[in-house]
Write a protein that binds this ligand. Structure first.
Ligand SMILES: Nc1ncnc2c1ncn2[C@@H]1O[C@H](COP(=O)(O)OP(=O)(O)OP(=O)(O)O)[C@@H](O)[C@H]1O
Length: 757
């Protein structure tokens, strides 16, 4: 089905455009401006209503009115009135919403024409009602596989405050009365009465509701009622309606349920809306008229008075409903002032969706009447209705009972199974879900804690190994080993050994804890509370006999404390276990003690270690400086020694030649005393320097020592020999007085025949 947005929705499905959550919905007002009719043209009437282009707004004189829609004249063509204004209401009908289309206006303004109330079979179908009928049947045709539809129509008129059933197959006979008009002669059937249902709805008691199966049937009823409607000729309309006519279409629909594949029934949720009933009121009001213009007199005049009275009552209701202040204050709405307003109670301010079509003549002669109509219609825009879905009360009750039945069946099943009720099951399920979530969270936290413990244990183990390595180093240093030896000694095997050692300690501690835990129950069962522990006092009460004091200060039973019902065997076992534990404890205490000592020693060692190293390296530095000096000295000496060696060889050769040639002492002596090249130093110092330098050098350079030692020895020997020769020469050169001469003097005084041996 097509909604206002051009979208078709299925019946029983929620229609967004007709959302029940919308608390209120204003009465929609459409203005229909018919064209000038031939009579008006003949009279030379001019159009006095101007439509504002593109706006649902009209101007007449200096008055301006805005509506929801404007049709006719230069505005939207009239045929669009159905699609724009009425079709959404027909759609709502299939969703259970009541609707009302109300045509209001001056006599001869085109109400009947617009509504199509004067429909005749085969005639024009441009009116609203014929289009409604066509639309309904088209829609039913497309939906008949989903629901069963039932249509009923009723057609009444309110003539001079009397309700006439236009579809009554046995209408009351009428007789012409003097003065004009027809008088109804009631035969049998009681008059139609307006009743209000418990739900606040308005119904007509005794009205004919004709079931219709087809469009033709409905059209026939419409035609029949139209023909029965009271009409008359006035100066303004040759075929003027003298009554308010209401054509009502009632649509009932019951959803068809396809059998489920498993043969089961549809769920309760699906059955929520299996029945809907809605009514569409199509109202063609009698036109307001002025007797002066209509020329009505007699019966027509009386009709006109009633018509105007009814319309006045309607105007009052509209005014009351349109006044927001009165509405909020819950002010009185004079529905009961006329049958028309009473019948339209649902349509105006009720649960219906209502569209008012205000019909006006554009002729300037009708300007004043048109302004009144526009004012009237404009007030109706302020009316707010509360559309609601109409469900059959019986069906709703059945629905409620069906739900209750299902609930009770479920509870019965639970009761038979001995289980809790549905509510309890729900609560338990929620609790289980919460507990499961909580359990998962705790499990995750436990895993994280375990990981942390593993990491910390590993760190503790490595720390202990490191500490023990240091202790071992300390022991070895104390035993006289060097740092290099320590580094070589602590290999991987030592690490493993240390790890085993630490692990063993941990195992012992664990066993100790287990023994302590295992001991507590027997202790508490066999001892009075006052004698359980003296741990806090930190004292041991070991004594003779069976009485044993634990290393942690726990006191155990003594023989004198045995109670008569305590098994001796148990006590012996206890004693044995305690002894073992004591042994472990002692072992542990010794280990701890040793560890503490080692730690203290490490602290003592580690602190001065930097000072020792500093001293060590300073000493090394001094030694290296000395070595540097020795090496520089040695370099000089090497040069000198090389020079001496070469000279020595020359001199030796010369001396040998002199010895051979008898006497060349003078020359030899001169050559010998060339040794005075290092004459500036005292002889002892020269020798000391030489020997010390060589000694130091060769100490540092053992390889060179091997190479240069023979040369050095040879050099020293040469020097020594030269020295002896020099002394000998000196003694020979000394006079009888024994006075010594210096080297230079001696050289000058040497005789050529002197020899040096
Ligand atoms: N849209 C229109 N186009 C052409 N002619 C129209 C149109 N509307 C109305 N008319 C003509 O105007 C005349 C009066 O119309 P109609 O009978 O529908 O008026 P009315 O409001 O019902 O009058 P009343 O209240 O007296 O019954 C008719 O002859 C009708 O054919």
């Amino acid at each position: 089905m097509e909604n206002g947005n051009g979208h078709e929705s299925e019946p029983f499905e929620e229609d967004v455009s007709l959302d029940e959550s919308e608390a209120t919905q204003a009465v929609q007002v459409a203005l229909n401006i018919r064209p000038l009719i031939p009579l008006e043209r003949v009279q030379g009437c001019k159009e006095c209503i101007t439509v504002v282009p593109g706006e649902p707004q009209v101007q007449i004189g200096h008055h301006s009115f805005t509506f929801d829609y404007v049709f006719g004249s230069s505005a939207t063509p009239l045929p669009a009135i159905f699609d724009k204004c009425v079709k959404p209401l027909v759609e709502g009908l299939f969703h259970g919403y009541n609707a009302t289309v109300l045509a209001y206006g001056q006599t001869g303004s085109g109400k009947t024409y617009t509504m199509g109330t004067g429909y005749t079979v085969g005639g024009s179908t441009d009116g609203v009602i014929p289009q409604v009928m066509q639309t309904i049947f088209k829609r039913i045709e497309t939906l008949k596989h989903k629901a069963d539809f039932q249509l009923r129509v009723s057609f009444i008129e309110i003539l001079k405050e009397e309700i006439h059933d236009l579809l009554d197959p046995n209408p009351p006979s009428t007789e012409y009365i003097f003065g004009g008009g027809l008088k109804a002669l009631a035969v049998g059937k009681p008059p139609i009465q307006i009743r209000e249902t418990t739900a606040g709805g308005i119904t007509l008691m005794g009205v004919t509701e004709a079931d219709v199966k087809s469009l033709e049937e409905m059209a026939a009823y419409l035609e029949h009622g139209s023909l029965c409607r009271a009409t008359g000729s006035t100066n303004m309309n040759s075929h003027s309606s003298r009554s308010h006519a209401i054509f009502t279409i009632t649509l009932e629909q019951r959803r068809k349920w396809d059998p489920l594949p498993d043969g089961g029934n549809p769920s309760l949720e699906d059955c929520n809306e299996d029945y809907l009933c809605a009514k569409l009121h199509l109202v063609d009001l009698a036109g307001s008229e002025r007797a002066k213009r209509t020329g009505a007199d007699g019966l027509r005049f009386k009709e006109g008075v009633h018509i105007n009275r009814g319309l006045l009552a309607l105007g009052n209701v509209i005014s009351a409903l349109g006044d927001e202040k009165k509405r909020r204050e819950g002010g009185h709405v004079p529905y009961r002032d006329s049958k028309l307003t009473r019948l339209l109670q649902d349509s105006l301010g009720g649960n219906s969706r209502t569209v008012m079509i205000a019909c006006v003549s554009p002729a300037d002669v009708n300007g004043e009447e048109s302004i009144n109509t526009l004012k009237y219609a404009n007030r109706a825009r302020n009316i707010r209705n509360k559309p609601t879905v109409n469900r059959d009360p019986l069906a709703a009750e059945m629905q409620r009972m069906r739900q209750q039945l299902e609930l009770m069946q479920a509870e019965l099943l639970c009761a038979r199974a001995g289980g809790p009720s549905n509510t309890e099951v729900q609560m338990l399920r929620q609790k289980v879900a919460w507990l499961e979530a909580s359990n998962m969270e705790l499990g995750r936290e436990l895993e994280e804690a375990r990981d942390r413990i593993d990491t910390l244990s590993q760190c503790a183990l490595e720390s202990q190994v490191e500490r023990d390595k240091l202790r071992i180093k300390l022991d070895q240093l104390r035993s006289g080993k060097t740092f290099e030896e320590l580094d070589e000694g602590l290999d991987v095997q030592t690490d493993d050994l240390l790890k085993e050692y630490v692990n063993r300690i941990q195992e012992l501690e664990f066993e100790l804890q287990q023994l302590q835990h295992a001991r507590i129950p027997s202790d508490t069962s066999s001892r009075p509370p006052s004698s359980i522990s003296s741990r806090s006092m930190g004292e041991s009460t070991a004594g003779p006999g069976f009485g044993v004091a634990g290393i942690d200060g726990d006191i155990y039973l003594r023989p004198g404390e045995f109670s008569g019902d305590i098994d001796t065997e148990l006590l012996l076992k206890e004693f044995k276990r305690t002894s073992v534990q004591e042994k472990f404890d002692k072992e542990l205490r010794e280990i701890d003690k040793r560890l503490e000592q080692k730690e203290a020693e490490i602290k003592l060692f580690v602190r001065p270690d930097a000072t020792v190293l500093q001293q060590h390296f300073e000493k090394k530095l001094v030694e290296l400086e000395e070595e540097k000096k020795y090496l520089q000295k040695l370099k000089q000496l090497k040069v000198q020694i090389a020079a001496l060696k070469s000279k020595q060889e020359v001199w030796s050769e010369e001396l040998r030649q002199q010895q051979c040639s008898d006497g060349s002492d003078k020359m030899n002596i001169e050559k010998v005393f060339v040794l005075d090249d290092f004459k500036d130093e005292p002889r002892e110092l020269q020798i000391w320097s030489l020997t010390t330098g060589l000694k130091g050098f060769f100490q540092k350079q053992p390889f060179l020592k091997l190479c240069l030692l023979p040369a050095s020895l040879a050099c020293c020997c040469s020097l020594f020999w030269l020295r002896l020769q020099y002394n000998k020469k000196s003694r020979n050169m000394r006079g009888p007085s024994g006075a010594s001469v210096n080297n230079r003097g001696a050289r000058s005084r040497l005789q050529p025949n002197d020899t040096v041996t």
